[in-house]
Design a protein around this ligand. Sequence first.
Ligand code: GLU
Length: 501
Amino acid sequence: MTDSSSTVRVRFAPSPTGYLHIGGARTALYNYLFARKQGGVFVLRIEDTDRERSTPAAMQAILDGMRYLGLDWDEGPEVGGDHGPYFQSERVEGYRALVDGLLESGAAYRCFCSRERLDELRKEQMAAKQRVHYDRRCRDLGADDVAARVERGDPFVVRFAVGEGETVVDDLIRGRVVFSNDEIEDFIVQRADGTCVYNLAVVGDDSGMEITHVIRGEDHLTNTPKQILLFRALGAPVPTYAHIALIHGPGRQKLSKRHGAVSVTEYQEQGYLPEAMLNFLVRMGWSYDDRQEIFSREELVEKFSLDGISRSPAMYDLDRLKHLGNYYMRQRSVADLTDLAGPRLVAAGLLPEEAARTRRAWLERMVALEQERVENLSQIVDRVRFYFEDPTEYEPKAAKALRKKPEVGEALVAFADVLEEKFDENGPAAMEEEARRLSEARTISMKDLCQPMRAVLTGRSFSPPLFDVIAVLGREATMRRLRAAPEIIKSLGGGAGGKSS
Ligand code: GLU
């Protein structure tokens, strides 16, 4: 062999039957980090043998999700490589050849047992409280008998002939896991329709792609002894295994949609920054030391090792993701965030495309005001919406503030008059000063003036500092909304006849 024999080669092997699941993304990340740390090769292989359930859209979602996370693969779809094809559906000829080899060497055999017989057998074994296993009836059929049946066209499956003894998985995370071969039935490697089963395809691919380390979810651990038996029977080197404990939702349940979004695409759409997602994913099961919580991509590559992976299930903690989301929003520059939020504002129909350039400084001011408070980009869009559109709805608390003292409507109109003259030269502090003067003159507290003011301007009960908001909102919209205050208050049930709660 060339020096490739010393190169670490790992793979991520998703089945394109749905979205890129959080658990899958974590597996991909661990493989990626391990490869980068070891100077190895990261292969992406698409396990699309389930033709019914595999879709091009799911495949695209997986590739998009990986690109969003920056998990660039060295070999695989769209990038090629010299161990292809990288789609299982294009490798079926090779699997058949492997099965033929197994039959020839006697490591596998044809089984002609009918579905009825197998059902009967299962029932008997269950009734006798025995393990439900194929009883190996066809294992010792004579060669002539087999040939005659094949000649007749009798349907058959191909089964692997499991030998005596035990099969040991020396797992880098779980340690030594011993399986008694008694527990492994003579499993099917090729179905009656000629298609191969998952275990055979994976072994064919892992050996064909010269995979040295298989890092995958613990749900595959029970497949591993079968795969090891196949590697040995094929005379191929057995890769080193590392099985990662699963992710649990609160209450130790298997992670499901009940626990919040479990697809990477959803978080991508919400505009979580990739660095937040990476930190969220990596820490579900891996730690470096007791202290460090936040890692740059470079630090992860430098510090990652399989030793740091826990054997116990990781917890799915969305509060942590929110915390990380906010942390990374604060790390980015306002210019960066504006670059990222701009297209979303255009897509939301709030901003004409060219205005993303011509009104850049204005956009940056509003982004700067929200940066500290948001976790993702769609929250920015949501929270700056009022700069573009007069509110038509008022949050319950905002509506309540407007109903509280209906006469504040007139005060807000008066405030509009004060501001109108010198809006441009008035910075936020000067405007606040004017508001204070008005509140004294009208004996209305600042709070009772400003809360309704915030409500008519933004529709919300909560915003960045009000006078900063006004400065960004601009004269025209501010005047219009303040002057509409009496009307708005009336429409919300305040004022004449309205209840002041
Ligand atoms: N295609 C399998 C899955 O999506 C992965 C198989 C493997 O990693 O060996 O679960």
